[in-house]
Design a binder for this molecule. Structure first.
Ligand code: UDP
Ligand code: MG
Length: 335
């Protein structure tokens, strides 16, 4: 039977939390009384996640599908690979660490049924470390100002999308992207609801400060040219001020003679602007680097195998998946 709801979950080294996730996710979806499928995408886990997922596939092959990457391509690539294989009308994304309570999926689905094609969610009380909550608020504000994407709580993955939106997302070949923002671009009738948020059930966050900064650059460069334009504006402003300064200095020299004081003030100003210039070059590099990655057009990710029930075809056995790597034929390649 064709599923109505597809749930996509990226998994990266989550062995400690997966059993608890299964124990809550399946009952929560069974309780909705509608055909569903759950798509786990293993993002190159190096722990036991693959065998745990394979075991779960064996336990519930009717509603479980497992996409296995050959390496780590990042959370957003994993979600995109999951989207490619979804069959449902409503597609829900969720983290594997139980920070997004599976019991909230029902609320998202109910909202979608009201005719919205994008249901975002706002965490009632965010259960993350203080520095992350503060940094994330600041990024939210920056994004609100420089893009036309209106998402209250961008870091939250618990969201539902309509098939039409996902079909458009699947047509994009973006190498560095931010799924909630990309999908928002294609939504005609978006809305948001408030959901609960929990502390990570087990294991630890897969994002370091560095990868968080990278992700936020993906968001900014992927959806806005305002940072580049700001630098052009800054350049115009600075040229204008320097021109005034030149006029003032020439006049002063003519009427009062040469000046040699204020050397350290000059240093301070120079270093400040050197910092600004370096930042500008770096920013430019962020765009150029992404353009380079995009034009190289390498596969965005490689799907090694998909564990799923196929009518008429043999089920791919988990043992094969466990043998990971060389022996398996590479089946699909993301554009
Ligand atoms: N994740 C992934 N690939 C990565 C990093 C994370 O698939 O390279 C998954 C991870 O397994 C989890 C989700 O993305 O399901 C969110 O990761 P995490 O909970 O570590 O992020 P945080 O909640 O700290 O933002
Ligand atoms: Mg988390």
């Amino acid at each position: 039977m064709k599923p109505e709801v597809s749930v996509v979950i990226p998994v990266y080294n989550e062995q400690a939390g997966l059993p608890a996730l299964f124990a809550r996710l399946y009952p929560a979806l069974d309780a909705l009384h509608m055909p569903y499928e759950i798509i786990f995408v293993n993002d190159g886990s190096r722990d036991n996640s693959v065998s745990i997922l394979a075991e779960q596939f064996r336990a519930r092959p009717d509603v479980t599908r497992v996409v296995l990457f050959n390496g780590n391509y990042g959370q957003h690539m994993a979600i995109l690979a999951g989207f490619e294989v979804t069959r449902g009308e409503i597609i829900v994304t969720l983290d594997a660490d139980l920070q997004n309570p599976p019991e909230e999926i029902g609320k998202l689905v109910a909202k979608m049924r009201e005719g919205f094609d994008y249901v975002g969610s706002i965490r009632r009380k965010r259960q993350d470390s203080a520095w992350r909550t503060i940094a994330s608020k600041a990024m939210n504000r920056l994004r609100e100002n420089i893009t036309n994407i209106r998402i209250t709580d961008q870091g939250n993955m618990l969201r539902a999308y309509h098939r039409n939106v996902i079909d458009l997302v699947n047509q994009c070949g973006e190498v560095n992207t931010f799924v909630p923002a990309l999908a928002y671009k294609f939504a005609r009738k978006p809305t948001e609801i408030i959901v609960e948020h929990e502390e990570r059930a087990a294991g630890e966050s897969k994002y370091s400060l560095y990868s968080l900064i990278r992700l936020n650059f993906d968001l900014v460069t992927g959806f806005s040219l305002v940072p580049l334009q700001m630098f052009s504006m800054l350049g115009i402003g600075m040229s204008f001020l320097s021109a005034i300064l030149v006029v003032v200095l020439v006049a002063r020299r003519l009427f009062l003679g040469a000046e040699a004081e204020g050397v350290f003030t000059l240093f301070a100003i120079t270093f400040f602007f050197m910092g600004v210039i370096l930042f500008g070059i770096g920013l430019l590099g962020e765009y150029v680097g992404r353009i380079f990655q995009q034009v190289r057009a390498r596969p965005r990710y490689v799907v090694q195998t998909i564990l799923q029930q196929q009518p008429g075809k043999e089920i791919i056995l988990p043992e094969d998946a466990d043998a990971a790597g060389v022996s398996l034929e590479k089946r699909t390649v993301g554009r």
